[in-house]
Ligand binder design. Structure first.
Ligand code: M6R
Length: 447
């Protein structure tokens, strides 16, 4: 609040959404987070829920909900040195898609011992060798990163995973054995439902680990351990590089879990780490020529509904592809596990419906192809995202989006890029506001 006639007074209060105070030289700032204040100062403190502050150029007096004077620590923000502009790109989203080889590489370098092809994680708040279940919770794209991780933890660490959307988890009143392990994933670290789920887990005496992109965020501050993604600020509302960086950290964590649980030996560890190290190069290859995506955008923009299909760890990528397309192009899109096709969605298929099939040549490829054939038999327009030869599918493929052949472990990381490009180019062709799609906020800090 500012007051007419008082040019040296601001009053700020926090409830729910984060509120950051910036300390300048003879000036003070109030903002939503450290990134918003980065152009002005790197000295930041955060109000707690219920706090209110009286701010003048000379300083600040903070009181808590009960009216007692309190001090909130001032920290040097890491955000101040970050450049937040579009560079030579038309949209932040395009820039962020293209940054992925670099930021995924940085994140890998942070969590891997590259000289010896080993994972090298900081101390965790729980021991993977002794946990019996891992509970994962997040929203939106971060939830899909968790869904990929479920496949990884179960396949490569033999660790059962409970996973839920945070807005459901927080009200489920699930019983959790004390001492269990809970993991939360969030780009902003401020998503209200994810934060509430974290607090629920604390009440249930869980060990809380989080993966966040904003290291000073509420989720980071309330966790027992934090694994940062090194994606840099993500400005586009549609999450892209944050997703692949989350996957990168989760992949390293799954390998660490597999080692701790005796499932992954040194040879397999080196194999999986090598596969991860190759990811930035494969991403860069795919980003070299976006012409097929620009061409596809013409036909996709006319669709009323689009289906995405995938199996195994490609199923969450199908969900993520559909989310990306609907949020920035406003075309109705649904992601399905390919095996679910016969259980309902096949009724939607006709010559008007594009079906985007995410089908790496892994051990589930033949199963996915058989679902593709069901689509083809009903004249659905198939867009195949794969490293396979389209002729080998026995289907008429309308558009082929080739992907390099990679180790099956890392396919979600690599196949994330084409689904982002499909959405991006379709939205650009349709002329929507790509970085600020209607009705959406970058960070959902209220229920
Ligand atoms: O900041 P978070 O990762 O917690 O945000 C979660 C979702 O709100 C976010 O991923 C949202 O779904 C994006 N707009 C997806 O592109």
């Amino acid at each position: 609040m500012i007051f007419r006639g008082y040019d040296n007074l601001m009053v700020a209060a926090r409830q729910g959404s984060p509120l950051a105070i910036g300390y300048g030289d003879g000036e003070m700032y109030v903002g939503s987070d450290a990134i918003a204040l980065a152009p002005f100062t790197d000295r930041i403190s955060y109000l707690e829920d219920g706090d209110w502050a009286v701010i003048t150029r000379e300083g600040i007096a903070v009181r808590d909900r009960a009216g007692a004077a309190v001090e909130r620590p001032i920290a040097r923000s890491l955000a101040a040195g970050l450049v937040v502009d579009k560079g030579n790109y038309r949209h932040f989203m395009a820039k962020e898609i293209h940054e992925q080889p670099e930021v995924v590489g940085h994140t890998l370098a942070h969590y891997l011992d590259l000289a010896n092809y080993r994972v090298d994680l900081p101390a965790l708040p729980f021991d993977f060798a002794s946990v019996t279940r891992l509970s994962l919770s997040a929203c939106g794209t971060a939830f899909y990163a968790c869904l990929v991780a479920k496949y990884w933890f179960e396949r490569w660490a033999k660790l059962p995973v409970d996973i839920d959307i945070a807005s459901e988890f927080r009200y489920r009143e699930t019983t959790m054995a004390p001492g269990g392990a809970a993991l939360f994933v969030s780009q902003s670290g401020e998503t209200a439902d994810t934060l509430a789920s974290l607090r629920y887990c604390r009440e249930q005496h869980q060990h809380v680990l989080s993966i966040v992109n904003v290291q000073e965020s509420s989720i980071a501050r309330e966790s027992d351990g934090v694994l940062p993604t090194l994606g840099g600020p993500e400005i586009g509302v549609a999450s892209t590089k944050a997703f692949t960086c989350q996957l990168t950290v989760l992949a390293c964590l799954a390998i660490a879990a597999g080692k701790a649980r005796g499932v992954i030996g040194p040879e397999l560890e080196a194999e999986l780490v090598k596969a991860l190290v190759e990811v930035p190069r494969h991403m860069a290859t795919m980003l070299r020529d976006e012409t097929p995506y620009e061409t596809l955008a013409h036909s996709l923009s006319k669709a009323r509904d689009v289906l995405y299909l995938g199996r195994g760890s490609s199923y969450p990528i199908a969900l993520e592809g559909a989310l990306k397309l609907k949020e920035i192009s406003y075309i109705h899109a649904e992601g399905y596990a390919a095996g679910e096709l016969k259980h309902g969605p096949i009724a939607l298929i006709d010559e008007e419906v594009p079906v985007i099939v995410i089908a790496p040549r892994d051990d589930l490829f033949d199963k996915t192809v058989s679902n593709m054939q069901e689509v083809a038999a009903r004249d659905g327009k198939i867009i195949l995202v794969s490293d396979a030869d389209p002729a080998s599918t026995g289907c008429e493929v309308q558009t082929m989006l080739p992907v390099p052949t990679v180790h099956p472990f890392v396919t979600p990381l690599v196949y994330a890029v084409p689904v982002q490009l499909i959405a991006y180019h379709t939205a650009v062709f349709m002329g929507t506001d790509v970085d600020q799609p209607r009705n959406l906020a970058k960070s959902v800090t209220v229920e």
